[in-house]
Design a protein around this ligand. Structure first.
Ligand code: FPP
Length: 253
């Protein structure tokens, strides 16, 4: 562990909050990164995958257990067909090139989002990645692809409603914890920290249910330039925050 990593992970004993267990990232700014260099937008997304590789490695090393990244939203279908196809191609190559290494490194891959509407080759690769890594538990990488927070909630509501209509679920027995089990993130802790890059201050329909109590950190860096140093900076900002979950602090009582 590097000395910087040691400094961000000194949550035990030093009075500092621990490293966040679950970090979610809105990887924004690929298009602007490419435009600034006179390159096509797809080149920005390609460099974005490089940044993602570095961040997955760094996250594991500094003690983060879950990383959820926003790769393609349900709204991204509105982009030019060439860009949509470039993003699908990048997911495909990532799954083909990195799966074996990630599997050996103990990474469990989960793709969150709507499966319907994905081309068959992508759906097959996604299923294979999940199958091949299902027993891993060193690090959890969730890739949000064809994902929208509202769509995820509506899908979950449909499932619960179907169960209720069939008499298998009593409406009175529906609780927050029980409902969360119908979401794509079932069984995972909610994100402690949400990072968005590129100095944009929006949630863009990401993890709407799960981020109820997450800390938000917005950074002025375009995603392709994001690296371990930026991740550590975000974690340090998080560690300075006081999380109260709706309660009051000790001193105020
Ligand atoms: C937002 O930047 C980024 C996206 C819509 C895609 C994010 C995708 C990657 C980082 C690579 C894909 C990774 C995998 C594993 C498939 P933007 O294009 O909206 O940037 P802009 O706001 O500067 O135009």
């Amino acid at each position: 562990m590097s000395s910087v990593a040691a400094s961000v992970s000194s949550g035990d004993g030093g009075g500092k909050p621990p490293v966040p267990t679950h970090v979610a990232i809105i990887m924004d700014g690929n298009g602007r990164w490419a435009k600034a260099r006179g390159l096509p937008r797809a080149a920005g997304h390609e460099r974005g995958v490089e940044a993602l590789r570095k961040v997955v490695e760094a996250a594991g090393e500094i003690g983060i257990k879950y990383l959820t990244v926003y790769s393609f939203s349900t709204e991204n279908w509105r982009r030019p067909a060439s860009e949509v196809s470039a993003l699908f191609g990048l997911l495909k190559t990532y799954m083909q090139k990195d799966l074996n290494r990630l599997r050996k490194e103990g990474v469990k891959i989960t793709i969150i989002g709507r499966r319907e509407g994905l081309p068959k080759d992508i759906a097959d690769l996604v299923a294979k990645a999940e199958r091949d890594t299902k027993d891993n538990d060193r690090f959890y990488l969730n890739i949000a692809f064809n994902y929208g927070g509202r769509e995820e909630i509506v899908r979950a509501v449909r499932k619960v409603a179907t169960e209720a209509a069939a008499g298998r679920v009593e409406p009175e027995s529906i609780t927050e914890d029980m409902f969360a089990d119908y979401l794509d993130t079932r069984g995972m802790p909610d994100p402690d920290l949400l990072i968005r890059t590129s100095a944009e201050y929006r949630l863009s329909n990401f993890l709407l249910w799960q981020i109820a109590y997450s800390e938000f950190v917005f950074l002025d860096v375009l995603w392709p330039d994001f690296d371990r140093g930026w991740l550590e900076k975000a974690v340090m900002v998080y560690q300075e925050r006081e999380r109260r979950f709706g309660a009051v602090t000790q001193g105020e009582l």
